[in-house]
Ligand binder design. Structure first.
Ligand code: ADP
Ligand code: MG
Length: 254
């Protein structure tokens, strides 16, 4: 599979919702940050793919998004580019007040962006892309997943972590240990949402979303990406997304 990069403009696309922003046709500033554009050029990405044309202005406008597009259509850039762009523009968030006083417990990390993926392989792929596009920026991406030493991963995120890529089970372990707090989350991405549900991660996903819904984290933007749009995904979109834009690229199964 994967999209044919020569036939971009023939792919049927649809975006529905209130006040849908116009799609972009090129990688430009605005809406994208100049440093990010340099990193996009270094990666030899010359034009946005269809899902990127839609998702970049939608996310840049602060909107929630449910996007359905097949594997290989460029969904990773679709969420990474607008998120990193705004992170680069804004700089690091201050550490939450609750953490200012004398405190001798374990170090707590407050990521700004959280991307959930179903497997170690997919999480690692997203992390590798994130590292490439974060080159020379303040944003340090980290990745955590099960089946690897948790202490090593905690030491790594304790060095600072603006953008965290995680599988659901390992992230919950770290939240329960007090190593990660989601109170600063500004962007929450559920990538391959249909696969996460197929793998039985729905309770973990709901737990994580509740953790990033606690008082103080009201300004979260939520993005869901999926290859298919079955009923259980429609229900999650209904439960997690606010005034969202629904975008389909190509033919999407249910
Ligand atoms: P998906 O998540 O939809 O399966 P990916 O984000 O993994 O797709 O992208 C598939 C491939 O296309 C990757 O190798 C990626 O580097 C490449 N790619 C993504 N966007 C672009 C672009 N705008 N120009 C060129 N290559 C791209
Ligand atoms: Mg993907």
């Amino acid at each position: 599979s994967g999209i044919n990069f020569d036939n971009y403009d023939d792919i049927p696309t649809e975006a529905t919702g209130n006040d849908v922003p116009d799609e972009i046709t090129e990688f430009t500033s605005p809406p994208l940050n100049e440093l990010l554009l340099e990193n996009i050029r270094l990666a030899h990405f010359t034009r946005p793919t269809p899902v990127q044309k839609y998702s970049i202005p939608i996310v840049a406008a602060g909107r929630d998004l449910m996007a359905c597009a097949q594997t290989g259509s460029g969904k990773t850039g679709g969420f990474l580019f607008p998120i990193l762009s705004e992170c680069f523009d804004k700089g690091p968030a201050p550490t939450p007040k609750a953490d200012d006083g004398p405190y001798s417990g374990p170090k707590v990390t407050y990521p700004t962006g959280l991307i959930l993926a179903p497997t170690r392989e997919l999480a690692t792929q997203i992390y590798d892309e994130a590292r490439k596009f974060c080159y020379r920026s303040w944003v340090k991406p980290c990745v955590v997943y099960g089946g690897a030493n948790i202490e090593t991963q905690i030491r790594n995120i304790n060095q600072g972590c603006g953008l965290l890529v995680a599988t659901p089970g390992r992230l919950i372990d770290m939240i329960e240990r007090g190593s990660i707090n989601l109170a600063n989350i500004k962007y929450l991405v559920l990538d391959e949402a249909d696969r996460m549900l197929d793998m039985g991660f729905e309770p973990q996903i709901r737990n994580i979303v509740e953790n990033s819904d606690m008082p103080g984290c009201e300004n979260r933007q939520t993005l869901m990406f999926s290859a298919t749009f079955p009923e259980d995904i429609q229900q999650l979109a209904h439960d997690f997304l606010k005034d969202y834009i629904f975008c389909t690229i190509g033919r999407v199964g249910s």
